[in-house]
Design a protein around this ligand. Structure first.
Ligand SMILES: [Zn+2]
Length: 202
């Protein structure tokens, strides 16, 4: 449609018009991409259920091997949520399926790469405990002082349905205890050491 119009315009003017059209097209595309990304970002964060939502207090059920493939889009949604929380709030390594309204025993992690633990089980907990200020994507501005086991041994299935058994210490240990609690409908707020164990993030 542009060709007959462009043919009637002199060479330098045609070049300029093309440039203007290209710049306009690029800015429209970039603008649309920005709006889309912004919406996608807000949506992934909006997907996360917040403190007080009754769904967060329910127990999740184990995943069957046969339903894992159908659950992959939900697991990808969990990875997206972790990345969005990291970008927006500067924290977040893992999320549990009930936090996006899926009552299945799945923990998604995004530390160096996307990973998932399906049907995790805590096999052993150390007697030694430690205290920490815990955060959660379901209450991103609140910190809660909790006590966690120093070490745990867990088993879980990966996305290829291979069974793993691992020993976790300190940071990884408390992270998985936090996520595992979500699968049993327990939030860090319920693990608060005492009534003074709440702090607003600034
Ligand atoms: Zn949490």
């Amino acid at each position: 449609m542009l060709k007959p119009i462009l043919a009637r315009i002199s060479q330098p003017a045609r070049y300029n018009l093309r440039n203007v059209l290209n710049t306009k097209a690029v800015s429209i595309i970039l603008g649309a991409a920005f709006v889309f990304l912004q919406k996608a970002l807000q949506m992934a964060i909006k997907d996360i259920l917040l403190l007080g939502n009754p769904e967060l207090y329910k127990t999740s059920i184990p995943v069957e091997e046969s339903e894992l493939e159908a659950l992959m889009p939900q697991i990808e949604r969990m990875w997206d949520s972790i990345l969005d929380i990291q970008k927006t709030y500067g924290f977040g390594r893992a999320i549990a399926a009930p936090q996006i309204g899926i009552r299945k025993r799945i923990i998604a992690l995004f530390i160096k790469q996307p990973e998932a633990m399906i049907n995790p089980k805590i096999l052993e907990k150390s007697a030694e405990m430690f205290e920490l200020w815990d955060d959660c994507m379901s209450f991103p501005n609140l910190l809660v002082k909790v006590r966690r086991h120093r070490n745990i041994r867990i088993s879980y299935f990966d996305l290829n349905w291979q069974l793993h058994e691992v020993f976790l210490e300190n940071e990884m240990s408390e992270l998985i205890q936090h996520e595992y609690d979500h699968l049993d409908g327990i939030l860090a707020t319920q693990r608060a050491i005492d009534s003074q164990s709440f702090r607003w993030k600034v």
